[in-house]
Write a protein that binds this ligand. Structure first.
Ligand SMILES: [Zn+2]
Length: 333
Protein backbone atom coordinates (compact mmCIF):
# COMPACT_ATOMS: atom_id res chain seq x y z
CA UNK A 1 0.00 0.00 0.00
CA UNK A 2 1.29 3.40 -0.88
CA UNK A 3 0.45 6.61 0.86
CA UNK A 4 0.94 10.16 -0.31
CA UNK A 5 3.46 11.76 2.03
CA UNK A 6 1.59 15.06 1.86
CA UNK A 7 -1.59 13.44 3.05
CA UNK A 8 0.31 11.70 5.82
CA UNK A 9 1.89 14.92 6.98
CA UNK A 10 -1.38 16.73 6.71
CA UNK A 11 -3.19 14.16 8.83
CA UNK A 12 -0.52 13.59 11.44
CA UNK A 13 0.79 17.09 11.82
CA UNK A 14 -2.49 18.96 11.64
CA UNK A 15 -4.82 16.41 13.22
CA UNK A 16 -8.38 16.01 12.00
CA UNK A 17 -9.78 19.10 13.63
CA UNK A 18 -7.28 21.70 12.55
CA UNK A 19 -8.22 25.33 12.77
CA UNK A 20 -6.47 28.42 11.45
CA UNK A 21 -4.02 29.61 14.06
CA UNK A 22 -1.11 32.06 14.19
CA UNK A 23 1.07 29.01 14.78
CA UNK A 24 0.14 27.67 11.34
CA UNK A 25 -0.48 30.69 9.12
CA UNK A 26 -0.59 28.43 6.08
CA UNK A 27 -4.07 27.16 7.01
CA UNK A 28 -6.77 28.92 5.03
CA UNK A 29 -9.82 28.25 2.90
CA UNK A 30 -11.47 24.92 3.64
CA UNK A 31 -9.64 23.67 6.73
CA UNK A 32 -10.08 20.21 8.21
CA UNK A 33 -12.53 17.47 7.28
CA UNK A 34 -16.18 18.08 6.32
CA UNK A 35 -17.51 16.92 9.69
CA UNK A 36 -14.86 18.62 11.81
CA UNK A 37 -13.47 21.75 10.26
CA UNK A 38 -13.86 25.42 9.50
CA UNK A 39 -13.41 27.77 6.59
CA UNK A 40 -12.00 31.19 5.80
CA UNK A 41 -12.54 33.41 2.78
CA UNK A 42 -15.98 31.97 2.02
CA UNK A 43 -18.42 33.40 -0.52
CA UNK A 44 -22.14 33.75 0.22
CA UNK A 45 -24.70 32.37 -2.21
CA UNK A 46 -27.16 35.13 -3.18
CA UNK A 47 -30.77 34.63 -2.05
CA UNK A 48 -31.77 34.02 -5.66
CA UNK A 49 -30.39 34.23 -9.17
CA UNK A 50 -31.10 32.99 -12.67
CA UNK A 51 -32.61 29.56 -12.13
CA UNK A 52 -32.13 29.17 -8.39
CA UNK A 53 -33.46 30.24 -5.01
CA UNK A 54 -32.43 29.48 -1.46
CA UNK A 55 -34.56 27.08 0.53
CA UNK A 56 -34.05 29.29 3.59
CA UNK A 57 -33.73 32.79 2.19
CA UNK A 58 -32.63 34.44 5.44
CA UNK A 59 -30.39 31.70 6.75
CA UNK A 60 -26.78 32.51 7.61
CA UNK A 61 -25.66 29.11 6.40
CA UNK A 62 -25.21 29.83 2.72
CA UNK A 63 -21.46 30.38 2.75
CA UNK A 64 -19.20 28.08 0.81
CA UNK A 65 -15.97 27.81 -1.05
CA UNK A 66 -16.07 30.53 -3.72
CA UNK A 67 -15.59 27.99 -6.51
CA UNK A 68 -18.54 25.94 -5.22
CA UNK A 69 -20.85 28.95 -5.05
CA UNK A 70 -19.86 30.03 -8.55
CA UNK A 71 -20.38 26.49 -9.89
CA UNK A 72 -23.86 26.29 -8.35
CA UNK A 73 -24.83 29.60 -9.96
CA UNK A 74 -23.49 28.44 -13.32
CA UNK A 75 -25.19 25.04 -13.10
CA UNK A 76 -28.61 26.50 -12.24
CA UNK A 77 -28.28 28.92 -15.15
CA UNK A 78 -27.33 26.07 -17.49
CA UNK A 79 -30.37 24.00 -16.52
CA UNK A 80 -32.66 26.99 -17.04
CA UNK A 81 -31.12 27.66 -20.44
CA UNK A 82 -31.38 24.03 -21.54
CA UNK A 83 -34.88 23.54 -20.09
CA UNK A 84 -36.58 26.96 -20.07
CA UNK A 85 -39.88 27.50 -18.35
CA UNK A 86 -39.32 25.37 -15.26
CA UNK A 87 -39.27 26.16 -11.58
CA UNK A 88 -35.95 27.26 -10.09
CA UNK A 89 -33.49 24.94 -8.42
CA UNK A 90 -33.93 25.14 -4.64
CA UNK A 91 -30.68 25.05 -2.73
CA UNK A 92 -30.42 23.86 0.88
CA UNK A 93 -27.71 24.73 3.36
CA UNK A 94 -24.08 25.23 2.53
CA UNK A 95 -22.00 26.23 5.59
CA UNK A 96 -21.63 29.04 8.11
CA UNK A 97 -19.42 31.95 7.10
CA UNK A 98 -16.53 30.69 9.20
CA UNK A 99 -17.56 27.05 9.13
CA UNK A 100 -18.02 24.79 12.10
CA UNK A 101 -21.17 22.98 13.21
CA UNK A 102 -24.55 24.12 11.95
CA UNK A 103 -27.97 22.73 12.92
CA UNK A 104 -29.30 19.56 11.25
CA UNK A 105 -25.97 18.50 9.78
CA UNK A 106 -22.97 16.48 10.78
CA UNK A 107 -20.88 17.77 7.91
CA UNK A 108 -21.37 21.08 6.04
CA UNK A 109 -18.58 22.55 8.17
CA UNK A 110 -15.88 23.43 5.66
CA UNK A 111 -17.73 25.06 2.78
CA UNK A 112 -17.58 22.00 0.54
CA UNK A 113 -21.09 20.61 1.08
CA UNK A 114 -24.46 21.72 -0.28
CA UNK A 115 -27.94 20.20 -0.46
CA UNK A 116 -29.74 20.20 -3.80
CA UNK A 117 -33.51 19.79 -3.69
CA UNK A 118 -35.44 18.12 -6.49
CA UNK A 119 -36.72 19.54 -9.69
CA UNK A 120 -40.31 18.25 -9.77
CA UNK A 121 -43.23 18.09 -12.18
CA UNK A 122 -46.85 17.09 -12.02
CA UNK A 123 -47.50 13.50 -13.13
CA UNK A 124 -48.34 15.05 -16.52
CA UNK A 125 -44.90 16.60 -16.77
CA UNK A 126 -45.67 20.24 -15.97
CA UNK A 127 -42.85 21.77 -13.87
CA UNK A 128 -43.83 22.80 -10.34
CA UNK A 129 -41.82 24.44 -7.56
CA UNK A 130 -40.61 21.94 -5.03
CA UNK A 131 -42.51 22.24 -1.75
CA UNK A 132 -39.37 21.35 0.19
CA UNK A 133 -37.59 18.13 1.06
CA UNK A 134 -39.95 15.52 -0.38
CA UNK A 135 -39.16 11.83 -0.55
CA UNK A 136 -39.06 10.30 -4.01
CA UNK A 137 -39.51 6.57 -4.38
CA UNK A 138 -38.03 4.09 -6.83
CA UNK A 139 -40.87 4.89 -9.27
CA UNK A 140 -39.72 8.51 -9.36
CA UNK A 141 -42.89 9.68 -7.62
CA UNK A 142 -43.34 11.68 -4.45
CA UNK A 143 -46.56 11.87 -2.48
CA UNK A 144 -47.24 15.35 -1.17
CA UNK A 145 -50.41 15.32 0.93
CA UNK A 146 -53.08 13.97 -1.46
CA UNK A 147 -51.13 14.68 -4.65
CA UNK A 148 -48.33 12.98 -6.47
CA UNK A 149 -45.38 14.77 -7.96
CA UNK A 150 -42.76 13.29 -10.27
CA UNK A 151 -39.01 13.68 -10.22
CA UNK A 152 -38.03 15.87 -13.17
CA UNK A 153 -35.34 13.51 -14.37
CA UNK A 154 -34.25 15.52 -17.44
CA UNK A 155 -33.63 18.61 -15.31
CA UNK A 156 -31.99 16.65 -12.51
CA UNK A 157 -29.64 15.01 -14.99
CA UNK A 158 -28.91 18.39 -16.62
CA UNK A 159 -27.96 19.67 -13.16
CA UNK A 160 -25.71 16.68 -12.43
CA UNK A 161 -24.07 16.99 -15.85
CA UNK A 162 -23.46 20.73 -15.40
CA UNK A 163 -21.86 20.19 -12.00
CA UNK A 164 -19.70 17.27 -13.11
CA UNK A 165 -18.60 19.22 -16.18
CA UNK A 166 -17.71 22.40 -14.30
CA UNK A 167 -14.01 23.10 -14.71
CA UNK A 168 -13.69 25.01 -11.44
CA UNK A 169 -14.77 22.22 -9.10
CA UNK A 170 -14.20 18.50 -8.73
CA UNK A 171 -17.24 16.65 -7.46
CA UNK A 172 -16.31 14.18 -4.73
CA UNK A 173 -19.76 12.83 -3.95
CA UNK A 174 -23.38 13.21 -4.92
CA UNK A 175 -25.10 11.40 -2.07
CA UNK A 176 -28.47 10.12 -3.21
CA UNK A 177 -30.61 7.03 -2.80
CA UNK A 178 -29.83 4.03 -4.99
CA UNK A 179 -33.18 4.07 -6.85
CA UNK A 180 -32.74 7.70 -7.83
CA UNK A 181 -29.17 7.09 -8.91
CA UNK A 182 -30.52 4.32 -11.14
CA UNK A 183 -33.16 6.61 -12.63
CA UNK A 184 -30.58 9.27 -13.45
CA UNK A 185 -28.02 6.88 -14.91
CA UNK A 186 -30.65 5.07 -16.95
CA UNK A 187 -31.77 8.38 -18.38
CA UNK A 188 -28.20 9.49 -19.16
CA UNK A 189 -27.42 6.24 -20.97
CA UNK A 190 -30.66 6.36 -22.94
CA UNK A 191 -29.81 9.92 -23.91
CA UNK A 192 -26.46 8.75 -25.29
CA UNK A 193 -24.30 10.79 -22.93
CA UNK A 194 -20.53 10.20 -23.22
CA UNK A 195 -19.32 7.07 -21.46
CA UNK A 196 -16.78 9.01 -19.38
CA UNK A 197 -19.46 11.37 -18.07
CA UNK A 198 -21.80 8.51 -17.22
CA UNK A 199 -18.98 6.67 -15.46
CA UNK A 200 -18.10 9.77 -13.45
CA UNK A 201 -21.75 10.17 -12.47
CA UNK A 202 -22.10 6.50 -11.62
CA UNK A 203 -19.02 6.72 -9.42
CA UNK A 204 -19.95 9.76 -7.37
CA UNK A 205 -23.71 9.21 -7.16
CA UNK A 206 -23.80 7.09 -4.04
CA UNK A 207 -26.18 6.10 -1.30
CA UNK A 208 -24.29 6.65 1.94
CA UNK A 209 -24.05 3.77 4.36
CA UNK A 210 -23.89 5.79 7.54
CA UNK A 211 -26.78 8.22 7.24
CA UNK A 212 -30.24 8.70 5.73
CA UNK A 213 -30.70 7.24 2.23
CA UNK A 214 -30.99 10.71 0.66
CA UNK A 215 -34.28 10.23 -1.16
CA UNK A 216 -35.41 13.81 -0.51
CA UNK A 217 -32.38 15.69 -1.87
CA UNK A 218 -28.88 15.27 -3.23
CA UNK A 219 -26.00 16.18 -0.95
CA UNK A 220 -23.05 17.32 -3.04
CA UNK A 221 -19.51 17.50 -1.72
CA UNK A 222 -16.68 18.97 -3.73
CA UNK A 223 -13.16 17.61 -3.43
CA UNK A 224 -10.20 19.48 -2.01
CA UNK A 225 -8.32 21.01 -4.91
CA UNK A 226 -4.55 20.32 -5.00
CA UNK A 227 -3.80 23.83 -3.77
CA UNK A 228 -6.45 23.56 -1.02
CA UNK A 229 -4.86 20.32 0.18
CA UNK A 230 -1.66 22.13 1.08
CA UNK A 231 -3.53 24.81 3.03
CA UNK A 232 -5.49 22.46 5.28
CA UNK A 233 -8.35 20.93 3.25
CA UNK A 234 -8.68 17.28 4.20
CA UNK A 235 -10.68 14.16 3.62
CA UNK A 236 -14.06 13.47 2.15
CA UNK A 237 -13.46 10.46 -0.06
CA UNK A 238 -11.16 8.71 -2.53
CA UNK A 239 -9.03 10.50 -5.10
CA UNK A 240 -11.11 9.67 -8.15
CA UNK A 241 -9.41 9.48 -11.52
CA UNK A 242 -11.65 12.36 -12.61
CA UNK A 243 -10.16 14.75 -10.08
CA UNK A 244 -6.87 16.66 -10.33
CA UNK A 245 -4.04 14.67 -8.77
CA UNK A 246 -3.08 15.57 -5.21
CA UNK A 247 0.17 17.45 -4.74
CA UNK A 248 3.49 15.69 -4.49
CA UNK A 249 5.68 16.40 -1.51
CA UNK A 250 8.73 18.59 -1.68
CA UNK A 251 10.49 18.72 1.66
CA UNK A 252 11.61 21.96 3.26
CA UNK A 253 15.31 22.27 4.06
CA UNK A 254 14.69 21.58 7.76
CA UNK A 255 12.64 18.47 7.08
CA UNK A 256 15.23 17.29 4.57
CA UNK A 257 18.04 17.69 7.09
CA UNK A 258 16.02 15.75 9.66
CA UNK A 259 15.50 13.02 7.13
CA UNK A 260 19.20 12.80 6.31
CA UNK A 261 20.10 12.81 10.02
CA UNK A 262 17.73 9.89 10.49
CA UNK A 263 19.60 7.94 7.83
CA UNK A 264 16.85 8.08 5.22
CA UNK A 265 17.63 8.91 1.61
CA UNK A 266 15.70 11.96 0.43
CA UNK A 267 12.91 11.21 -2.04
CA UNK A 268 13.80 11.81 -5.66
CA UNK A 269 11.85 14.17 -7.89
CA UNK A 270 10.83 11.22 -10.02
CA UNK A 271 9.20 9.36 -7.18
CA UNK A 272 8.43 11.41 -4.11
CA UNK A 273 5.77 8.97 -3.00
CA UNK A 274 6.82 6.38 -0.46
CA UNK A 275 5.55 3.33 1.28
CA UNK A 276 3.99 3.10 4.68
CA UNK A 277 7.14 1.95 6.45
CA UNK A 278 9.43 4.72 5.23
CA UNK A 279 6.70 7.31 5.67
CA UNK A 280 6.30 6.11 9.23
CA UNK A 281 10.03 6.49 9.86
CA UNK A 282 9.96 9.96 8.37
CA UNK A 283 7.10 11.05 10.57
CA UNK A 284 8.75 9.42 13.54
CA UNK A 285 11.91 11.43 12.86
CA UNK A 286 9.93 14.64 12.60
CA UNK A 287 8.05 13.87 15.79
CA UNK A 288 11.33 13.83 17.68
CA UNK A 289 11.98 17.43 16.76
CA UNK A 290 11.80 19.75 19.79
CA UNK A 291 8.43 21.41 20.23
CA UNK A 292 6.57 19.03 17.99
CA UNK A 293 3.11 17.82 18.96
CA UNK A 294 2.32 14.26 18.01
CA UNK A 295 -0.66 13.65 15.72
CA UNK A 296 -2.73 12.50 18.69
CA UNK A 297 -1.71 15.48 20.78
CA UNK A 298 -2.41 17.87 17.96
CA UNK A 299 -5.83 16.31 17.42
CA UNK A 300 -6.68 16.49 21.09
CA UNK A 301 -5.59 20.07 21.34
CA UNK A 302 -7.58 20.91 18.26
CA UNK A 303 -4.73 22.97 16.84
CA UNK A 304 -2.13 22.45 14.20
CA UNK A 305 1.35 21.49 15.13
CA UNK A 306 3.76 24.41 15.58
CA UNK A 307 6.18 22.41 13.46
CA UNK A 308 6.63 24.10 10.11
CA UNK A 309 4.47 22.50 7.45
CA UNK A 310 6.64 21.05 4.69
CA UNK A 311 6.57 23.03 1.47
CA UNK A 312 4.41 21.23 -1.06
CA UNK A 313 4.00 21.92 -4.74
CA UNK A 314 1.48 20.56 -7.17
CA UNK A 315 2.71 17.81 -9.43
CA UNK A 316 1.38 16.58 -12.72
CA UNK A 317 1.92 12.94 -11.78
CA UNK A 318 -1.21 11.17 -10.50
CA UNK A 319 -0.89 9.65 -7.06
CA UNK A 320 -3.35 7.76 -4.92
CA UNK A 321 -4.73 9.59 -1.92
CA UNK A 322 -6.03 7.55 0.97
CA UNK A 323 -7.73 9.27 3.84
CA UNK A 324 -6.50 8.33 7.28
CA UNK A 325 -9.27 6.08 8.63
CA UNK A 326 -9.78 8.28 11.68
CA UNK A 327 -10.62 11.17 9.38
CA UNK A 328 -12.98 9.28 7.15
CA UNK A 329 -16.51 10.55 7.39
CA UNK A 330 -18.47 10.35 4.22
CA UNK A 331 -21.94 11.51 4.58
CA UNK A 332 -24.86 12.96 6.34
CA UNK A 333 -27.62 15.26 5.39
ZN1 LIG B 1 -26.12 17.88 3.17
Amino acid sequence: MRLLPGALFSALLLGCGSVPTPLAPGLEGSVGVPHDGVQTGALELPRSGPGFVRYRPWSKNYWGRPELVRALIRAAETVTREHPGGAPLVLGDLSAEHGGKIPNHRSHRTGRDVDLLWYLTTPDGAPVPTPGFVRVGSDGLAQVEQDFLALDIPRMWALVRALLSDAEIGVQWLFVSQPIEALLIEYAMAKGEPDALVWYAQTVLHQPRDSAPHDDHIHMRIACSPSAQVSGCQGGGPAWEFLPPPPALELSDDALMTLIAAGEPPPSDEDSSTDVESAGELVSALEHQPGHLSGAQAGTAGHASPLAIPVVHASASPRPLLDPPVCRQWADR
